[in-house]
Design a protein around this ligand. Structure first.
Ligand SMILES: [Zn+2]
Ligand SMILES: [Zn+2]
Length: 157
């Protein structure tokens, strides 16, 4: 959750947020810096500014979805179909896109030990790398995820 101090400026209107009951806080729920919702990531707003913003409703819905579908118990491992109980083994993909070829991989998760047995791994990594190379996805979390999924190898080396 974004760190909030009374008097902090709202990202949308730049005016101070002076009432704790009128604040809308977003946690770090977007990893792709090219996502139109990136501006909400880990930030504080007036609740009314979020209500009126063209992406406000979408940001609230996405954050809810990320929290619900991102929970370890929300879905089983896409390879072995068992719920992942060990945090060390939990490898979630998170959200990629609303449409397009990567959207079918939204919120998939794996046991680390199961990932190499995923039949779609090569196809998925090729799509993911192409999206990053074309500038459609960027950011530290994206780079870290791609590296992790590539077996710890740095891309392009
Ligand atoms: Zn505001
Ligand atoms: Zn598994």
């Amino acid at each position: 959750m974004a760190l909030f101090v009374l008097g902090m400026k709202c990202v949308i209107c730049s005016k101070p947020i002076d009432r704790p009951d009128r604040v809308a806080l977003f946690r770090p729920f977007v990893s792709n810096e090219c996502d139109p919702l990136w501006m909400f990531n880990d930030r504080a707003f007036h609740s009314s500014c979020v209500d009126e913003h063209p992406f406000g409703a979408k940001a609230r819905a996405r954050q809810k979805e990320v929290i619900e579908l991102g929970a370890p118990s929300a879905r089983p491992c896409a390879v072995c179909n068992r719920i992942i109980t060990s945090p060390d083994e939990f490898l979630p993909l998170g959200f990629f896109s609303e449409a397009g070829p990567l959207s079918r991989y939204n919120y998939l998760r794996f046991h680390r030990s199961c990932l190499p047995r995923w039949q779609d791994l090569t196809r998925f990594l090729n799509l993911f790398r192409a999206e990053v190379a074309s500038g459609g996805m960027k950011g530290q979390a994206i780079v870290a995820l791609l590296k992790d999924l590539s077996g710890g190898r740095d891309e392009g080396k």
